[in-house]
Ligand binder design. Structure first.
Ligand code: NAD
Length: 766
């Protein structure tokens, strides 16, 4: 076979059924995520292991399945009796122990059962993908490459795809497309080099961090504080994360790398104190101790002890005293924090010296390995963001810190033209950053099309093709006056935006769609006894959801992450929803002693029209402040309707929502008319719901105040104690909501709850 025939693409295969070989940590969870993507999955391991893994998977935390019913999509089996099950599969993922001989012999065993046309990939963390398949027939090697998932595969967004020189580009493209659209992953193409991209940089920086800690004489707690959110890395910091992942896993990846890279020995090795920890099985959370350990103090309270790396003894964790870091942490943007940290006095301040040395090492290493491991700097940045949850990748941090890429004197930054071009050090020029069609954030459109209007809480951004986005961007997207004003004014029947655009999307670029109404603004007004102000706030909020619902143009909400309280009410008011698969949606107002007063109770009542079972379900959803753990569950809880859509890849959400809104406009949109003919469930339904509340109160499952709040919810949802079937209007239901909301806001226990939640972020059960 010539190179030409090898590279000749074959028709793109369909993926309907998959097999995962190996039901360990990764294999089982990959299988679960394939089931989330609506595939039937065969899960094989040594005898008796796969059924056990499937049972454990159902209970795994964080949940591996979008909904527990999806476990039924997985058929467990073993490598001795069930190889025939592989025959019907279009994609087979190998995820057995990281051992070349084990992987090779298993592949030889299954090879006769692989369908012609089926694609075979490995989840190896760092073994050369090509060498694993060296003994397979050529036809299979064409359909062989690496698909490297990160743990846990449902939540970690990165999949590295590692083609070998023999891989058929069509097979690679089919899996890349599937991983992107159906599994919702950030796909990064990597070269077949040890540890690929993210682990290569990640392990280097971890070992460098430890080396610098020792040289600068810093403690474990200090380093965790220095390597957390301050520099845009996960809040766990380096060592808390290592405890979570497992210190043996780190050592394993390191050893793997050192073995494959004998020539570069010295680049990477595990320091002796960590080797001692491994020998003593201090491997982190899974063995009960690692860099930290939990213990009960004299009063029986659990305290976290930190390891002293010099003596290998544990001591009570102390809050590090790092003034420069504290100052930097007050800055909202990462670029500002980095610039502050790098401006420290390196002669006197060891923390400043640590950051300067760490970032210089990161940047030099990333630039040094770039030509060997990745197609471009942007691939490395995306891999570190999606694989290690960094806020920015190394080259983006480099630009944000305002440091010139040293070796290239006339080049002032890695990216230019709003990230559309990226510097290629090998060619000495900028090249376009290519992304698959349909991947874009609101920021992409901000940069290309500009902003129509904005205030500190929200913006109206032109998405092109006659669609505009109402982008939420207040702190945690709490809904305060800014957002309420911009949304209401934009979507009003006679607004300029309604004249100029044919459809709208409500979304954003932050991690959370919205944590709900701005409770601080509410609490201040309540405490000042400004009841007219509270009433005005409630009316304004209702006017906003009214404007969304009855806008002459279709409004599609695109919720993602937490979508709580008022955020869920915005979503419910839209004509349709394009939800991220990872949406945690709930009307959680009862948790702070209130009820949904912005149309949430009304929408959930309308949605259950004439169906007692649905009414009870929706009442419980609100009264118990239930929050979905996925979009699939949001549908079951009544937050998403049948005609709503789900996007697996968060990076596609805005464009998907735009196309959805556009298609509704194209079909000839006529907005709904406010209803005046809603048959109220009335007094009999109210009596049933109240009896339920009474019984759980008697069983002491809820507090007196919970019962009071739940009864108010029941009252609103039933349209009050009216004769069943009495026709009421939407406005009437909103008036009931607002009255109940105001009355509950006046309750001291509600105010205590609000104050507590604002302070701690947690609910108070009083
Ligand atoms: P694991 O040890 O949890 O599971 C490995 C599975 O392989 C086990 O269920 C075991 O029964 C099976 N196995 C062992 N010997 C076998 C044999 N001779 N024949 C057939 N099956 C055998 O390992 P894991 O963490 O799930 O890792 C699996 C693969 O995924 C490895 O290649 C690893 O490098 C890679 N990976 C792991 C992670 C991670 O964080 N754990 C992340 C990315 C990739």
């Amino acid at each position: 076979m010539t190179a030409e025939t090898v590279l000749q693409p074959s028709p793109s295969p369909l993926i309907r059924k998959a097999a995962v070989l190996g039901a360990g940590t990764m294999g089982a969870r990959i299988a679960a995520h394939l089931a989330n993507a609506d595939l039937d999955v065969v899960l094989l391991d040594l005898p008796s292991l796969a059924p056990k893994a499937l049972e454990a998977l159902k209970k795994s935390k964080p949940a591996a399945f979008f909904d527990s019913s999806l476990a039924a999509r997985i058929t467990p089996g073993n490598f001795d009796d069930d190889l025939a099950l592989v025959e019907g599969c279009d994609w087979i993922v190998e995820a057995v122990t990281e051992d070349l001989a084990i992987k090779r012999s298993l592949l030889e065993k299954i090879a006769p059962h692989v369908n012609p046309g089926a694609i075979l990939t490995t989840n190896t963390s760092g073994l050369p993908a090509a060498s694993i398949a060296a003994n397979l027939p050529v036809a299979l090697r064409r359909r062989w490459f690496g698909t490297h998932f990160f743990n846990p595969p449902r939540y970690m967004r990165l999949v590295e795809i590692i083609p070998t020189p023999e891989s058929d580009p069509a097979a690679v493209a089919a899996i890349a497309e599937f991983a992107d659209r159906r599994l919702g992953k950030e796909v990064v193409f990597a070269r077949d080099t040890p540890n690929f991209i993210a682990n290569r940089i990640g392990v280097f920086i971890m070992l460098e961090t430890i080396r610098l800690m020792q040289e600068e004489d810093l403690t474990i707690e200090e380093v965790d504080a220095l390597t957390g959110t301050a520099i845009g890395w996960p809040r766990t910091g380096t060592f808390r994360l290592a405890d979570l992942v497992g210190i043996d896993v780190l050592a394993h990846v390191t050893a793997n790398f050192a073995r494959l890279r004998a020539a570069a020995a010295g680049e990477i090795s595990v320091p002796p104190f960590i080797q001692t920890m491994i020998d003593r099985r201090w491997l982190g959370d899974k063995t009960g101790q690692g860099f930290y350990k939990k213990e009960k103090d004299a009063a029986g309270k659990e305290v976290r002890l930190a390891l002293d790396w010099k003596t290998l003894e544990y001591h009570p964790g102390a809050k590090p005293n790092l003034p420069l870091l504290e100052m930097a942490n007050n800055a909202e943007r990462l670029g500002e924090r980095l610039r502050l940290l790098l401006s420290g006095d390196v002669k006197r301040d060891k923390a400043a010296r640590f950051h300067c040395r760490l970032l210089a090492a990161l940047w030099n290493y990333a630039a040094g390995v770039l030509p060997e491991i990745a197609d471009d700097a942007a691939s490395i940045d995306r891999a570190m963001r999606a694989g290690f949850n960094w806020e920015m990748g190394p080259f983006e941090m480099w630009d944000a810190a305002g440091v010139q890429p040293m070796p290239f004197v006339d080049v002032i930054s890695w990216y230019r033209d709003h990230g559309r071009e990226c510097f290629d050090p090998t060619a000495g020029t900028y090249r376009p950053v290519t992304r698959p069609e349909g991947i874009a954030r609101v920021a992409t459109f901000r940069a290309s099309n500009g902003v129509v209007r904005e205030n500190p809480g929200a913006s109206l951004v032109d998405l092109g093709d006659g669609v505009a986005c109402l982008e939420l961007h207040s702190k945690k997207n709490a809904i305060g006056e800014d957002i309420v004003r911009l949304l209401t004014e934009t979507l009003r029947t006679d607004s300029e935006a309604v004249r100029n655009f044919e459809a709208f999307v409500i979304s954003g670029d932050t991690d959370q769609f919205s944590v709900g109404a701005n409770l601080m603004q509410l609490l201040l007004a309540v405490q000042e006894d400004e009841w007219d102000e509270v009433d005005r706030m409630a009316r304004d909020f209702q006017a906003m959801t009214w404007a969304i619902k009855f806008c002459p143009r279709p409004v599609v909400a695109a919720p993602f992450g937490f979508c709580l309280g008022g955020g869920a009410e915005i979503s419910l008011a839209a004509v349709r929803r394009q939800a991220s698969a990872e949406v945690y949606m709930g009307l959680v107002e009862t948790g702070v002693g209130l009820l949904p007063g912005g149309g949430g109770c009304k929408e959930m009542t309308l949605q259950s029209a004439g169906d007692d079972h649905a009414l009870r379900r929706n009442f419980e959803t609100i009264a118990m402040a239930k929050v979905s753990t996925s979009a699939l569950e949001a549908r079951r809880l009544g937050f998403l309707a049948q005609g709503d859509r789900i996007t697996m890849n968060r990076e596609r959400l805005v464009v998907d929502a735009k196309h959805f809104a556009r298609s509704i406009a194209d079909a000839g949109y006529a907005p709904p008319l406010p209803r005046t003919d809603i048959p109220a469930p009335g007094e009999s339904a109210l009596a049933t719901l109240k009896l339920g509340v009474y019984l759980i109160r008697e069983g002491e499952y809820i507090s007196e105040h919970d019962a009071k709040v739940a009864n108010r919810v029941a009252h609103v949802m039933c349209g009050g104690a009216v004769t069943p079937g009495t026709l009421v209007s939407e406005q009437y239901l909103l008036d009931l909501e607002r009255e109940a909301f105001l009355s509950l806001a006046g309750e001291p226990k509600t105010q205590e709850r609000i104050a507590f939640t604002l302070k701690t972020g947690k609910p108070l059960r009083n």
